[in-house]
Design a protein around this ligand. Structure first.
Ligand SMILES: *Cc1c(COP(=O)(O)O)cnc(C)c1O
Length: 359
């Protein structure tokens, strides 16, 4: 069986070594030494001034939305994981969908201004598949209309934009360290900001708003993460270059097989480079895609229709027609991509796809 993804797991012994320390200290959670060490190492590795390590990427979004005081309408993308949009609604905001660019699959900045109303307070955009949005265009629009910007960078571990970590952009950037992401801590996430006041606010929010044991500075939530999760992150960080290298090689293998056919892949931002988080391909129509899925499943290969359906097609998310997103989401498929995947398995998957396409 070839699944679409498999979490990376380091050798057990390495994890057990960390557990011994946890048992010795008897310190399981609440800003423990491993959490602190992970934050330090991630800061260094990523080249970001600050990081707040959190429970997961969804809490990261919710803390960002609340800390920025977003309310009313927030402009967002329909082509993302559901957590981006449900977090907005969970925090009492109304998502307003702006269609995506057909080449990059990120929110189309030329359509943002047309969606701004008196009630708009912010823009929440996802860097889909680790491909940065048109950050400069979004920034210009946000400044002009006095809007806050959050980037959901859940797919962007290691991604750089103009030579800097993509986590350094926007008023706040959020990310996820969930088990299925390129770098993971089993469950986990983070927020990043350049604004010291906002950072302080989010740090309070992460820990119930506590300002010392007897005082509260903010309305907070339980957004902190544990020593067990941080330990997994510390170990996985030692393997990150290997993880990137293998994913890059697998991606190149896919391209070698598939690039000659009339398959489209998202166009990458010219100020960035891929981090090989996903391998999405766009078929000419949904019927072809369904045939490919079926042929793959007959051979025990499982893909995932990331992101289908377009969130704009749901009334519970305040959906409205987004032609490009509605169309692309019906034709796009993410192929298996994970560190333990074998090159021969990529060959196997590609042969099945080509057999369907050339039929
Ligand atoms: C995974 C993901 C999230 C949610 O992160 P969790 O850590 O699973 O809560 C949010 N947005 C996007 C785009 C994601 O892919």
């Amino acid at each position: 069986m070839i699944p679409v993804t498999k979490p990376f797991l380091p050798p057990k012994e390495e994890y057990f070594k960390y557990l011994e320390g946890v048992w010795e200290r008897n310190w399981l959670t609440n800003n423990g030494p491993l959490v602190n060490e992970l934050e330090l190492k991630l800061k260094e590795y990523l080249g970001v001034p600050h990081i707040l390590y959190l429970t997961n990427g969804t809490i990261a979004l919710q803390i960002a939305i609340k800390a920025l005081g977003l309310k009313g309408e927030v402009i967002t993308t329909p082509f993302t994981y559901v957590a981006t949009v449900s977090s907005l609604i969970w925090e009492g905001c109304t998502p307003v969908f702006v269609d995506i660019d057909p080449d990059t699959l990120n929110i189309d900045p030329t359509k943002i201004e047309g969606a701004i109303t008196e009630r708009t307070t912010g823009i929440l955009a996802t860097h889909v598949y680790g491909n940065p949005c048109d950050i400069d265009a979004i920034d210009t629009i946000a400044k002009k209309h006095n809007l806050k910007v959050i980037y959901d960078a859940a797919h962007c571990f290691g991604t750089k934009y103009k030579g800097k970590s993509v986590f350094n952009y926007g008023d706040v950037t959020t990310t996820s360290f969930h088990a299925t992401k390129l770098f993971h801590t089993v469950e986990g996430g983070a927020v990043f900001t350049q604004d010291p006041e906002l950072l302080k606010k989010m740090a309070f929010m992460r820990n119930f708003g506590h300002n010392g044991p007897d005082d509260f500075a903010e309305i907070g939530i339980n957004g902190k993460n544990s020593e067990f999760h941080a330990a997994m992150g510390l170990i996985n960080l030692n393997y990150i270059e290997k993880i990137f290298a293998k994913r890059k090689a697998l991606t190149e293998r896919y391209f070698k097989w598939l690039s000659k056919n009339d398959l489209q892949t998202p166009q990458f931002n010219k100020f960035s480079s891929p981090n090989y988080a996903y391998f999405p391909i766009i078929f000419k129509d949904e019927n072809t895609l369904l045939k490919v899925i079926k042929a793959l499943e007959l051979n025990w290969v499982y893909t995932r229709r990331y992101f289908y359906p377009s969130l704009s097609s749901f009334s519970i998310f305040n959906g409205s027609e987004c032609k490009v997103s509605d169309d692309v989401s019906k034709r796009i498929l993410c192929l298996p991509l994970y560190t333990q995947l074998k090159f021969e398995e990529v060959d196997f998957v590609c042969r099945i796809i080509l057999r369907v396409l050339n039929n």
